[in-house]
Design a protein around this ligand. Structure first.
Ligand code: ZN
Length: 134
């Protein structure tokens, strides 16, 4: 699955975003280690704190299906007709760290081109489950 193909799936998922308050529609497509793909879109709520990001929606769907190992995620979003990058928020980055190694890639758009960063670069020195000493 190429980055471009994964981004196209994220863009399709974005069309289902429910964002009546911010008009900031986001789509995500997550590639699992077994080749399966899960998509998500943001789902806002009138109680803003109850809103769900597209990335976490995709991760939650995958985890609910028993997936635990992820390769990369494509994320696109923004106001209508904007083409600026849509980097994941801090909460989503922390959720990625729960399941993903440093080399997990986040694919984003900048105009018509794609670029990616690793979660290791986007969330260094983060809180990790190993710190819980369970
Ligand atoms: Zn988020």
């Amino acid at each position: 699955m190429s980055d471009q193909e994964l981004m196209q799936l994220a863009e399709t998922a974005r069309t289902n975003a429910y964002a009546p308050y911010s008009s900031f529609k986001v789509g995500a497509a997550l590639l699992c280690s077994d080749g399966s793909i899960y998509t998500g879109c943001n789902v806002e709520n009138s109680s803003y704190g109850a809103s769900m990001c597209a990335e976490r929606a995709a991760i939650s769907k995958a985890v609910a299906d028993g997936k635990r190992i992820f390769v990369k995620i494509a994320v696109c979003g923004g106001k209508v007709n904007t083409e600026t990058p849509c980097p994941p928020c801090g909460i989503c980055r922390q959720v990625f760290r729960e399941f993903c190694e440093d080399n997990f890639r986040i694919v984003m758009k900048n105009g018509n081109s794609l670029f990616s960063d690793t979660i290791g670069d986007l969330l260094p020195l983060c809180f990790q489950k190993s710190l819980l000493d369970l």
